[in-house]
Design a protein. Structure first.
Length: 139
C-alpha cells in the first residue's frame, strides 16, 4: 500500500529500526517489533487489511489469513520449514480470529490446500495451551 519505499525506510531508521543490507526485514529491539516490507503491493484481500493510524498516517497490515497463506506458500514452493512453523504458530495463536472459510478459499486459489491441512493438524497440539476452543474445520 506504500509506493515510496525510500520514505518508509527513512521513517523506520528515524524510529530506530535496523536491517541488514539487501534484507526486507526491519527490527526494533527497543519496541520488540519486526516489520517486513516485501513488495510495493500488499498481497491478499483488501477487505482483510487492518488499518492503524500512527501520527496521522495510515499503516496497512496484511490480514491474518493472507499472512498464513503467504507463509504456507513459502513453505511449499520455497521448501522453507521455518515458514511452515510460523504458519502453524499463527494458526494456533489466532484461531479465534481466523476466517476459516476465507482461509480455505485462499489456500485453494494459491494451491496450498494440502499444506494448510498439515498446518491445521499440527496447530491442534498448540491450541489447548491457550484454552482455545477447537474450530470445526473441514478441508
Amino acid at each position: 500500500m506504500v509506493s515510496d519505499r525510500e520514505k518508509v525506510k527513512t521513517v523506520l531508521e528515524n524510529l530506530g529500526f535496523m536491517h541488514r543490507m539487501g534484507e526486507r526485514h526491519w527490527y526494533s529491539t527497543e519496541l520488540d517489533v519486526a516489520i517486513e516490507i516485501p513488495d510495493e503491493v500488499l498481497a491478499g484481500s483488501p477487505e482483510k487489511l487492518t488499518v492503524l493510524e500512527i501520527d496521522g498516517k495510515n499503516v496497512y497490515i496484511i490480514g491474518i489469513e493472507d499472512l498464513i497463506i503467504d507463509r504456507l506458500s513459502a513453505a511449499k514452493f520455497w521448501q522453507s520449514p521455518s515458514d511452515f512453523e510460523w504458519a502453524v504458530k499463527i494458526i494456533a495463536l489466532h484461531t479465534e480470529d481466523i476466517d476459516f472459510d476465507y482461509l480455505k478459499k485462499a489456500a485453494k486459489e494459491r494451491d496450498v490446500e494440502d499444506i494448510l491441512k498439515e498446518a491445521l493438524k499440527e496447530s491442534e497440539g498448540l491450541r489447548p495451551l491457550k484454552g482455545v476452543q477447537e474450530p470445526d474445520i473441514q478441508i
